[in-house]
Design a binder for this molecule. Structure first.
Ligand SMILES: [Fe+2]
Ligand SMILES: [Fe+2]
Length: 171
């Protein structure tokens, strides 16, 4: 493991924890607005981002590197609507996707093959997460301001279970 790649992975641990923190803030907002299904979905997503961080955390340690936890940014805590919540989530996933791409490119340039293998999982996972977020945004856009349709969507999102969250195996 080169220092550049190690630093970048530590940065990504921070980004995954930041995503977890941001989802937690979104969950709290939704719960306050009585969108309990959305709140549950977002809470599970927050937990899933935590498992992403831990996957990298364990990888750094397995390679004999030092885990360097950094300060976390304060996440947005107020939103205009549930659509706005999921638009924010989608933007966040796209940003994380770009970060993973850059990290993979760096590992490639530095010829850190073990990190490339580890990051393969994240590339695949990111495709899925961006797709899911994009679909939820599309559904909320489709129903617009119709209260009963919004409540239907809220109920649908509330059916998410922990097991479905595709938590990664510990590294
Ligand atoms: Fe993630
Ligand atoms: Fe994510």
């Amino acid at each position: 493991m080169t220092k550049t790649v190690l630093d970048a992975i530590n940065q990504q641990i921070n980004a995954e924890l930041g995503a977890s923190y941001a989802y937690l803030a979104m969950s709290a907002w939704c719960e306050r607005q009585n969108f309990t299904g959305c709140a549950k979905w977002l809470r599970l997503q927050s937990q899933e981002e935590q498992t992403h961080a831990m996957k990298l955390f364990d990888f750094v340690l397995a390679r004999g590197g030092t885990v360097d936890l950094k300060a976390m940014a304060q996440p947005a805590g107020s939103f205009r609507s549930v659509l706005h919540v999921f638009e924010t989530a989608y933007q966040q996933e796209q940003e994380v996707g770009r970060q993973i791409d850059q990290l993979y490119e760096l590992a490639f340039k530095e010829k850190v093959f073990a990190a490339m293998a580890e990051l393969q999982w994240f590339l695949t996972e990111q495709v899925e997460e961006e797709k899911t977020a994009r679909e939820i945004v599309a559904k909320f856009k489709l129903v617009g301001n119709d209260p009963s349709s919004i409540l239907d969507l809220d109920r649908e999102l509330g059916t998410r279970t922990g097991a479905e969250a595709a938590a990664p195996e510990p590294a």
